[in-house]
Design a binder for this molecule. Structure first.
Ligand code: ATP
Ligand code: MG
Length: 357
């Protein structure tokens, strides 16, 4: 099958919008005789007129060949082996074209079978993420119909959504992430498959799930994303305490906190809030409710140690059973919850005026 190709006149991606370091890597791979394309999120974002967060490269070079070519690279990953090419603090990911069977429902535990560019496009998750950009002739190469789907604002799985979600349940979170971030219309079959497969999400590695959730807290679309996660029953699987609270009237306060964070992340020169602050945004209204139930409603005022214990207990209850927050992130989120509680005006916490006898 020949792919559809789109010229510069059609796709209008200016090479100036691509990081020069990425263009340098692509060129070095190409002059060394390998095929090398810009892939995935970077191409998608450029076609959607968004500033890409990062650029990924896919190539016919094997990991060891990439390493031999770039002295500033290291090979990482077991499930998914790839090269990190480092330029100071900036890291560019370069992966070898892979193949994958997209027609069975077996959970993927390793994804290291090399393949052709076409096979690599087909094993990706959504058509919008399956496009290649060839910097040599400035064309977009499309094996999966992603170019048209971007024009139509349609989010479509590559292959059968039910099988693709069974193979890798994290794709369900990614589906809602793209819907929230870009306002795309999810094809009906994918939406039905998502609801059918939602319990499978617990089969995926906790670290991968947590990374997707944390990235979404940073995305500027976190409120919409957590709403979609709840509406589709995925949050109930992963963070049941938070999901249940979101169904209560006061629970919706969480969306207000997330919207505040989203506004900061959407500013023209966005300030990037740190992850512990974002975790605290997700938890603070529930934390207030716990303190109210355990102390203020019984006429008690918690002392600082008790406030700390409540914060620890809440994070354990909300996160540690299904996901696992790294210790440093957890400790910083505890401190932020406690500090926020201390600076929240007393009058807001306790509506009744204090009577002096
Ligand atoms: P983001 O903007 O959040 O980085 P992304 O789509 O670029 O979104 P990455 O995790 O950077 O996400 O992945 C890069 C590319 O790898 C994707 O665009 C997609 O083509 C492919 N990919 C990522 N995760 C999966 C997956 N679970 N299954 C299949 N392909 C995937
Ligand atoms: Mg990316």
């Amino acid at each position: 099958m020949k792919p559809n190709t789109y010229s510069l006149e059609e796709h209008k991606i200016s090479p100036k919008s691509i990081d020069p370091k990425v263009l340098y890597i692509l060129e070095k791979l190409q002059v060394s005789g390998f095929i090398a394309y810009l892939v995935g999120g970077g191409v998608r974002d450029l076609l959607l007129n968004k500033k890409p967060k990062d650029f990924d490269i896919a190539t016919s070079a094997k990991p060891e060949e990439i390493k031999a070519l770039f002295s500033n690279s290291i090979l990482i990953g077991k499930r998914f082996r790839l090269a990190h090419i480092r330029f100071g603090k900036k890291i560019i990911e370069v992966s070898t074209f892979r193949s994958g069977n997209i027609e069975n429902e077996e959970l993927i535990t390793e994804d290291n079978m090399w393949g052709t560019p076409k096979e690599d496009a087909l094993r990706r998750d959504f058509t919008i993420n399956g496009l290649f950009y060839d910097s040599q002739d400035e064309t977009v190469i499309d094996y999966v119909g992603g170019y048209q789907d971007i024009q139509k604002k349609c989010l479509r799985a590559i292959g059968q959504p039910y099988l693709r979600f069974k193979q890798d349940p994290v794709r369900m979170i990614r589906c809602l992430k793209f819907e929230a971030r870009f306002g795309l219309e999810v094809e009906e079959e994918a939406r039905l498959a998502l609801v059918e497969c939602k319990a499978d999400i617990l089969k995926s590695a906790k670290a991968r799930i947590l990374e997707e959730l944390l990235r979404m807290l940073e995305s500027g679309s976190s409120a919409a994303f957590f709403k979609l996660m709840t509406d589709h029953g995925l949050l109930q699987q992963l963070l049941p305490t938070i999901a249940q609270f979101l169904e209560e009237r006061f629970g919706r306060e969480i969306y207000n906190y997330l919207q505040e964070a989203d506004m900061i992340h959407k500013e023209p020169t966005p300030l990037k809030l740190k992850r512990p602050i974002l975790v605290a945004c997700l938890l603070y209204p529930l934390f207030e409710k716990h303190l109210k139930t355990h102390f203020t409603d019984c006429g008690k005022t918690p002392h600082l140690g008790q406030v700390y214990d409540e914060a620890h207990g809440l994070i354990d209850l909300a996160f540690q059973t299904s996901l696992h927050l790294p210790r440093r992130l957890k400790m910083s989120a505890v401190s932020i919850l406690v500090s926020q509680y201390r600076i929240t005006p007393f009058a807001k916490r306790k509506k009744k005026a204090i009577r002096v006898p």
